[in-house]
Design a binder for this molecule. Structure first.
Ligand code: NAP
Length: 307
């Protein structure tokens, strides 16, 4: 007779969701698709980016996008504009890209300087070239389950969940943060009647009362807040899946060499409690760039908007 000892107190084995590795896999597949596209169309897709001012984080994000484009074999066009550019002149630059047939898709890196109305700029982008998926036409189509450019970060998160076979149907997803670019769209996507949806979603924000009571119910907890280490161990259910979207620079003026990027989750203390967790850096960040690249390829192929 064989006895099997099952110790109920053994902690779950935490698995790291390696966004960097998944992004590399997608890059390889995209290179093949790109090769086929270029061969049959005799042209290479082009992603353009408008960068206003010299915010170091924005510069780093844009440079990363341009570098990834080059690595895969896309053309990229970086339009650098001064921080004091007028709203009118910025809108004129947007219009130029709207009308440039060589540009398949483009982004305007946010945030913009305070004197510029971000909504006005987002609305000025031709929705057929809006590969960030921020234009209300794409957002509305996403909400109704119609073909659209998905916002890059939520797109990246869904690719990670899919790659790790993380079931969402019937699960309670708690999203903390309701921005237009992360929290709100991911909550819509995961609650829709689709393969990567069918979850019951709670969207929490700064006015939410008893936040811990809610996060403790999450089978999948998504943090998109912008506060380093905000989600602590006591807010996470045993065995939960934790997706950390936050990218926060923690600076040490006495020793800048120790400056680092951290997420919205207290990774070191939370990791032992969950079944899966994304690290920062190397989790959602690389997948956001891939979301953008995939949207650009769709734009070049006219997959979403055929004419
Ligand atoms: P955001 O626009 O600043 O929104 C932050 C959200 O967090 C808001 O909805 C806010 O609530 C909520 N919040 C703030 N304090 C809270 C609190 N004490 N309790 C509960 N909710 C609170 O931020 P975002 O653009 O979504 O970005 C969030 C984080 O993700 C940032 O660190 C950003 O750098 C990072 N990010 C990463 C990627 C990536 O590729 N990994 C992409 C985009 C953003 P209210 O609505 O009530 O103000």
């Amino acid at each position: 007779m064989t006895y099997i000892c099952i110790d109920q107190n053994i902690p779950p084995v935490m698995k790291l969701i390696d966004g960097k590795a998944v992004a590399e896999e997608i890059k390889s597949l995209t290179k093949i698709e790109l090769y086929d596209f270029t061969k049959s169309n005799n042209r290479t897709p082009t992603l353009a980016a408008i960068l206003v001012g010299d915010n170091p984080a924005s510069k780093a994000y844009v440079n990363n996008k341009v570098r990834t484009c080059k690595e895969i074999g896309f053309n990229s066009l970086l339009v650098k504009l001064p921080a004091d550019i007028s709203e009118e002149d910025l809108l004129a630059e947007v219009e130029k890209l709207n009308n440039n047939d060589d540009v398949d898709g483009f982004i305007v890196q946010l945030p913009l300087p305070k004197h510029i109305d971000e909504i006005k700029v987002t609305l000025a982008i031709d929705h057929k070239k809006d590969v960030d998926g921020f234009h209300p036409i794409n957002f509305g189509r996403m909400a109704q389950g119609l073909p659209c450019y998905l916002p890059a970060t939520p797109y990246g998160i869904t690719m990670l969940l899919e790659r790790y076979n993380i079931e969402t149907a019937g699960k309670h997803v708690v999203v903390v943060g309701r921005s237009n670019i992360v929290g709100t769209p991911i909550s819509i996507l995961l609650s829709r009647k689709t393969k990567l949806g069918d979850a019951t979603v709670t969207l929490a924000h700064s006015r939410t009362k008893n936040l811990s009571d809610i996060t403790l119910q999450a089978d999948i907890l998504i943090a998109a807040i912008g506060i380093p280490g905000f989600i602590t161990e006591d807010m996470v259910k045993e065995d939960a899946v934790v997706i950390d979207v936050g990218i926060n620079r923690v600076e040490n003026p006495d020793n800048p060499e120790t400056n680092k990027l951290v997420g919205d989750v207290d990774f070191e203390n939370v990791k032992g409690k969950c079944s899966y967790i994304t690290p920062v850096p190397g989790g959602v960040g690389p997948m956001t760039v891939m979301g953008l690249i995939m949207n650009t390829l769709k734009a070049a192929k006219k997959e979403i908007y055929p004419s």
